[in-house]
Design a protein around this ligand. Structure first.
Ligand SMILES: Cc1cc2nc3c(=O)[nH]c(=O)nc-3n(C[C@H](O)[C@H](O)[C@H](O)COP(=O)(O)OP(=O)(O)OC[C@H]3O[C@@H](n4cnc5c(N)ncnc54)[C@H](O)[C@@H]3O)c2cc1C
Ligand SMILES: *[C@@H]1O[C@H](CO)[C@@H](O)[C@H](O)[C@H]1NC(C)=O
Ligand SMILES: *[C@@H]1O[C@H](CO)[C@@H](O)[C@H](O)[C@H]1NC(C)=O
Ligand SMILES: *[C@@H]1O[C@H](CO)[C@@H](O)[C@H](O)[C@H]1NC(C)=O
Length: 594
């Protein structure tokens, strides 16, 4: 009797609730109002918000795998952040050989999974300064992108949560600048000695290194506590916080996995309301049509690649790979920006994470504890808890040619404090002692590269050329950042803590030595943007207009990191979430769904 009752309840639930997850395009038989290409960071948000309107139907098409497979611990266990790189969760792109990096080619990870790069990123949640968003408003001519206009979307996206151990975090963030959204963020459960010294330095040197209570308040300068996209001991992804809950409860949203969109199909002159898909180069292709819009959220690499495969891009370049031009948009794939990371290291007198990382038994025990009850060192952001965003001095010769930052409260460079020996690629780590590292990042690079097709086959990777360190500003700012990092730990609070710099760090005295070190060791921070950048409708350049519609096309919108006009002064995921939240409302408004 009870069993029968349960069966009835269960089958009712199956009938009435939830969307369908398809694993082969042959299974997709119905028509949809909206097709979202890429179920990544932005795509999952847009699709989920559109599904709040029960009158419309949405199909999300994702090239990669599900986020809840056997490898989902690589995504959701905070300690394992970074471990998804180079696995089945990664597209495994590489850059072209970089002249600014002594000819090195870099691995260029991108999430190949529902949730996209939000599943494999380093979980740093940093909105950047208000200047960043105000520049977006100016560049696009749409005040709706300003910081003040976007605040409701910022709060709709994010919610601050306490660390699992309920450590007292009073004075480490400002509760007034946080929201009520599904994306959970928070501060570290574990504070290290070097973190306390960072804060002490801000107290003793407030003019040089000011304390910032909450770097996510719109004031993006100074030093403070880092927030991460971790809540209740688990990484928050756009899959876990947006798409999966929608798929579990709404019948108007479906997901097609393991399927790449290989072409946007012209359904009437310059109208692109259909997509062609395939599971691999040898598999049959299928076509699906959206009655309202196709939204491309394939990311900074996938989006320009797909546009170009569809004849939307630089006509001459497309001709070289045998693709007929439909809309000549020279900026598709252009303006690629990225940030680099470089570390300096010191041996220190105090507890750090370094011994833990070198003790496989301790590491395994931490994972076992996490699996048992989601506590312990594996339940929080593993290495970086404190961070500083700085500007060049206003009389710096590097600014003589103009200031590339978004405004006076936007950083030129960053110092992040890591409680371990964080080796640059090619560096050999020590095996004993306690170590800390400072990572330097140029926040406002001026180098701009490109993504271009090497083939008309969608399954062949495009060529990725970020042109790292090809401008005097970028290399000069990195040199300044290295000097500031060294000066920071030479202040009095660090006197008893620092034992000695690592040999490579100790050897950096002249600008020439620092430059050589930067070119030898810098690697990508995995923040590519701007390959389909936004501009005003009247501007000749750019790829999308202020409401993210592709210029010269109908029925086609782009929502992802590719639309950013320039590199961000914070970290990109927060801004991508925020842009996607507003984009969903722009789409709803277009179709009378608000
Ligand atoms: C290793 C790493 C570390 C990072 N660390 C941080 C960090 O700590 N903090 C931070 O703020 N940012 C970080 N970032 C950057 C941040 O994660 C990205 O900027 C952001 O997630 C990009 O979102 P998106 O929606 O533009 O693209 P994505 O999230 O990458 O989504 C694109 C999606 O489209 C899919 N796709 C692509 N092409 C197709 C196609 N043709 N058909 C179907 N599907 C397709 C992809 O598989 C993917 O799921 C990091 C990124 C990486 C890779
Ligand atoms: C992943 O989630 C889907 C639907 O939410 C479910 O059908 C599937 O069984 C899950 N897979 C695993 C391995 O848990
Ligand atoms: C990336 O490389 C890993 C390791 O070789 C592999 O397992 C994975 O399938 C690759 N990703 C893709 C999308 O091919
Ligand atoms: C979690 O597990 C660890 C080790 O297994 C134990 O020491 C700890 O008390 C547990 N914590 C909670 C809150 O259950």
């Amino acid at each position: 009797m009870v069993l029968r009752f349960l069966c009835v309840v269960l089958s009712l639930a199956l009938l009435s609730l939830g969307g369908t997850i398809f694993t082969d395009p042959v299974q997709v038989t119905k028509n949809y109002d909206f097709i979202v290409v890429g179920g990544g960071t932005a795509g999952a948000v847009v699709a989920t918000r559109l599904s709040e309107s029960p009158s419309v139907s949405i199909l999300v098409i994702e090239a990669g795998v599900a986020d809840n497979g056997t490898d989902s611990n690589l995504i959701y266990t905070p300690l394992l952040a970074g471990s998804g790189i180079g696995t089945i969760l990664d597209w495994n792109y590489t850059t072209t050989s970089q002249s600014g990096l002594n000819g090195r080619a870099l691995d260029f990870p991108r999430g190949f999974v529902v949730g996209g790069s939000s599943c494999i990123n380093s979980m740093i949640y940093s909105r950047g300064p208000s200047d960043e968003y105000n520049r977006l408003a100016t560049v696009s001519g749409d005040s709706g992108w300003s910081w003040l206009s976007l605040l409701p979307y910022i709060y709709k996206n994010e919610k601050h949560t306490p660390p699992w151990n309920n450590r007292n975090t009073f004075g480490e963030y400002n509760p007034l600048v946080h929201g009520y959204g599904p994306l959970l963020t928070g501060l570290t459960p574990t504070v290290f000695e070097h973190d306390k010294l960072v804060i002490k330095t801000t107290v003793e040197y407030p003019a040089l290194y000011p304390y910032n209570l909450d770097l996510n308040s719109g004031n993006g300068l100074g030093f403070g506590w880092l927030q991460t996209s971790v809540g209740h001991s688990v990484r928050s992804t756009s899959a876990s916080t947006y798409l999966r809950p929608a798929l579990n409860t709404r019948g108007n949203i479906d997901l097609l996995l393991h399927t790449q969109v290989i072409k946007l199909v012209e359904t009437a002159t310059n109208t692109f309301k259909a997509v062609q898909v395939a599971q691999n180069a040898a598999a049959p292709s299928y076509q699906f049509t959206a009655s309202k819009e196709v939204i491309v959220s394939a990311g900074t690499v996938g989006t320009p690649q797909l546009l170009m495969l569809s004849g939307i891009g630089p006509a001459e370049q497309l001709a070289e790979v045998g693709i007929e031009s439909v809309i000549d948009l020279p900026d598709v794939g252009n303006n690629l920006q990225d940030q680099i990371i470089l570390t300096l290291q010191w041996e220190v007198n105090g507890k750090t994470m370094f011994p833990f990382y070198n003790d496989p038994a301790a590491f395994a025990a931490a994972l076992a504890q996490y699996d048992a009850n989601k506590t312990g060192i594996a339940a929080g952001n593993p290495v970086v808890n404190t961070i500083g965003f700085m500007r060049l001095p206003s009389d710096s010769p590097l600014l003589a040619g103009g200031d590339p930052a978004a405004g006076p409260n936007a950083a030129h460079y960053q110092l992040a404090f890591l409680g371990t020996f964080y080796p640059n690629p090619g560096q050999t780590s020590p095996t004993t002692g306690n170590w800390m590292s400072i990572a330097i990042v140029v926040q406002s690079p001026t180098s701009r590269g490109s993504i271009s097709l090497t083939s008309s086959n969608a399954f062949v990777h495009p060529s990725i050329d970020p042109e790292y360190f090809t401008t005097a500003f970028d290399i000069g700012t990195a040199i300044q950042a290295v000097k500031t990092a060294k000066a920071f730990v030479a202040t009095s609070p660090w006197a008893d803590f620092i034992i000695a710099p690592f040999a490579d760090t100790a050897a950096l005295t002249t600008d020439a030595e620092i430059e050589a070190y930067i070119r030898t060791y810098s690697t990508t921070l995995n923040h590519p943007t701007s390959t389909a950048k936004i501009s005003q409708n009247s501007d000749e350049g750019g790829v999308v207009g202020p409401h993210l519609l592709v210029k010269g096309a109908s029925g086609l919108r782009i929502v992802d990191a590719s639309i950013l006009p320039s590199m961000v002064a914070g970290y990109p995921q927060a801004e991508v979430y925020i842009i996607a939240e507003r984009a969903a409302d722009l789409i709803k408004s277009t179709w009378g769904l608000l």
